[in-house]
Design a protein. Structure first.
Length: 364
């Protein structure tokens, strides 16, 4: 164990002992995130629904880690703050794994894990080697029965604690008015894309927090030059990756743009092992997998499904295969089966089901 982690655990243990007198307020809910300093996606939808009901005292601990000396110091301070917040709250809502919950969860506090994806194509959490075990969750949400056992393994819970509510973000994704508004906003910001065939490239990361993160990509400039002027690529890499610039006029860096907005303006998705393929499938648009490192990835990380068999579209291992797939874009008829297996709720009621689950946890 590194000296930094030893010091962190000592400080947190002392703080935990000194704050023994703090007990949760029975109507207090706290959102905790380490990936964004503001409410987005599912957090935003749930927060708005809870505020509309007006039943609870809602608090927030939203923090984004920056890999600098100052960033790590602020992270240390934030962990101490999280511990206090947890002791004060009846319910904690998370969208990522949390060190304090796994190591110092207060007995009187309940924790709801909504996760930040509609599923898990690649293995994660307790399914892979970790520096500490994931534990401490009272309830976990998922998008289909298929994910119940996967999430039970990854989050260290029983499958009976995994609830198939669907995620609020899907209500937003399939909202026609929201789709129209998001498209119009992007067309104003990037007028050139309105007359082009837009390829959305949204891959996941390689690596980890210890060894660092990388992206496996293809030569976007080469692909665009071969396809011609009618095409552009909107690329959005994983938030854990550094800002990457591609030197081509028709390759547009969209790291600050809303992913769902990009989905709506795009004509086709290129991705890999990212769960974005689950969300995108609901739009019934073509998808292409580019996985030139699939054997290595399977050996080092692993999959929660038979990726090459299940992916509803062309699976490409080389750039020339990717080029051929882009020249013959069409929606795979198997996409309906894919949807029904991995995301079952498309009725616009996901947020309502999640709020009902929160009420149950708060009453318990």
């Amino acid at each position: 164990m590194k000296i930094e982690k030893i010091i962190l655990n000592i400080v947190l243990s002392i703080l935990n002992g000194l704050t023994f007198f703090i007990h949760p307020k029975q109507n207090r809910i706290t959102f905790i995130s380490m990936t964004a300093d503001h409410l987005t996606g599912d957090f935003y939808q749930i927060d708005q629904a809870l505020k509309k009901e007006g039943c609870y005292d809602i608090h927030y601990d939203l923090f984004q880690i920056h890999k600098t000396i100052k960033g790590y110091f602020l992270y240390f301070i934030n962990l101490c703050h999280q511990l206090i917040q947890m002791k004060q709250s009846k319910l904690i809502i998370l969208n990522d794994n949390n060190y304090i919950v796994s190591q110092f969860k207060p007995k009187e506090t309940k924790v709801l894990q909504i996760w930040h994806a509609c599923g898990a194509i690649k293995k994660f959490g307790n399914q892979i080697e970790r520096s500490y075990p994931i534990q401490g969750y009272d309830a976990v949400l998922c998008s289909a029965p298929y994910w119940k056992e996967v999430y039970a393994q990854a989050f260290g819970v029983n499958s009976s604690q995994v609830y198939v509510t669907g995620l609020p973000r899907i209500d937003e994704l399939l909202d026609p008015q929201r789709q129209k508004t998001q498209k119009e906003m992007l067309y104003v910001k990037y007028p050139m894309i309105k007359e082009k065939k837009c390829i959305l490239y949204a891959p996941t990361f390689r690596g980890n927090m210890v060894k660092g993160f990388q992206v496996a990509s293809f030569d976007m400039g080469k692909i665009l030059d071969a396809l011609g002027d009618e095409y552009c690529i909107l690329y959005k890499f994983h938030p854990l990756l550094p800002d990457i610039q591609i030197n081509h006029l028709r390759a547009i860096d969209c790291h600050d743009e809303d992913l769902y907005a990009l989905m709506h303006v795009s004509d086709v998705l290129i991705s890999d092992y990212s769960s974005v393929i689950l969300d995108y499938s609901l739009l019934n648009k073509p998808m292409i997998a580019y996985i030139d490192d699939v054997e290595e990835y399977d050996q080092t990380v692993g999959f929660n499904l038979d990726y090459q068999k299940e992916f509803p579209g062309p699976v490409c291992f080389k750039e020339d295969e990717l080029m051929d797939a882009l020249k013959d874009i069409h929606t795979n008829p198997d996409i309906s089966r894919f949807q029904q297996k991995y995301i079952i709720h498309k009725d616009g009621q996901n947020t309502k089901r999640v709020i009902e689950q929160i009420h149950i946890l708060m009453r318990g």
